[in-house]
Design a protein around this ligand. Sequence first.
Ligand code: NAP
Length: 348
Amino acid sequence: MTKIPVGILGATGMVGQHFIKFLDGHPLFELAWLGASERSAGKKYTDAAKWHLGGRAPESAARLTVEDAKPGNAPQILFSAMDASVATEIEQAFAKAGHTVVSNSRNHRMDADVPLLVPEINADHLNILPLQKQLRGWKGQIVTNPNCSTIVLTMGLAPLAQFGITRIVATTLQAVSGAGYPGVPSMDILGNVIPYIGNEEEKMQEETQKIMGSFAVDRIAPLTARVSAHCNRVAVVDGHTVTISVEFSAKPTEADIRNAFDTFSAVPQQLNLPSAPKQPVQYMVEADRPQPRKDAERDRGMAAFVGRLRPCPVFDWKFVALGHNTIRGAAGAAVLNAELMQAQGLLD
Ligand code: NAP
């Protein structure tokens, strides 16, 4: 099968590098184009970008020259890791010019006509795309993935949605890699906890409601459950941990919840998408797991790990969830989104 050529907007940045690494050897997509700012345009990738991940930049990127992030030579399908200060205009320019932009940036996530897609949870939200075309007059389209802490919360809750979630309190312990490079100064974070991440709590609250909301005709109706997030940066390199207390209308038993976690499977697993974890949510029975250092990278960083299910004296149940923030929370999430769109004929 001929692979589909794809490009990366913001290819020199931290998330751009994760895209390059995740796409290396991908069975459907082939890296054909790299875009960044005019500071990088015209340079060989290895001259334009300081590689922050393990090893060297893959040959698939090292052989390419970075181009200006403007429509023209770019392939039809683009992954976006653009700096948020410029993502709105640049992503829109590409969509207007007929490209599919599968974005990791926050800019369009909450637009009413843009899917905030987690294929295990809301594959049907792609049905909003005809409205996007109609309202915006674009030949192309924009699809987004959630913030790196929202994905962990929503993946942990997805198997439990059937019990009627009414209230959620979620507290994060977020890795430093979520702040990009160079990110949080070492003097601030070593031996410390920073109880503030700008706009993160608002993002977690509203994104969760949109992701877990329901698609109806021409709109995505948000989940009515109330969500309260507390976000903290901790001295962990990769892997966001979220402790979750949740209230349900159906009052499930412990066995109901364990069974829901253990049997959860969704559209990406049914379609056998290349980046889909076989078991998207994995319950760990050990009392002290999941842990970021031991578990975040399992299953290529694409699964969510949950554990410590116990009664909550305030709500009904509480548990812990963990996910890889730069893989499932960024590049891997967007690639899975594109795989779902390809399987549904939305990249043709
Ligand atoms: P970053 O390292 O600062 O990279 C930003 C990228 O945007 C670089 O490739 C940069 O190119 C490009 N860029 C900046 N200004 C530009 C301009 N005027 N025109 C064209 N390109 C421009 O940022 P990041 O940490 O990878 O984050 C990228 C996006 O993903 C952000 O929207 C962020 O919120 C989101 N995100 C990040 C994480 C994370 O873990 N870091 C997780 C989830 C979501 P040059 O190198 O040429 O300047």
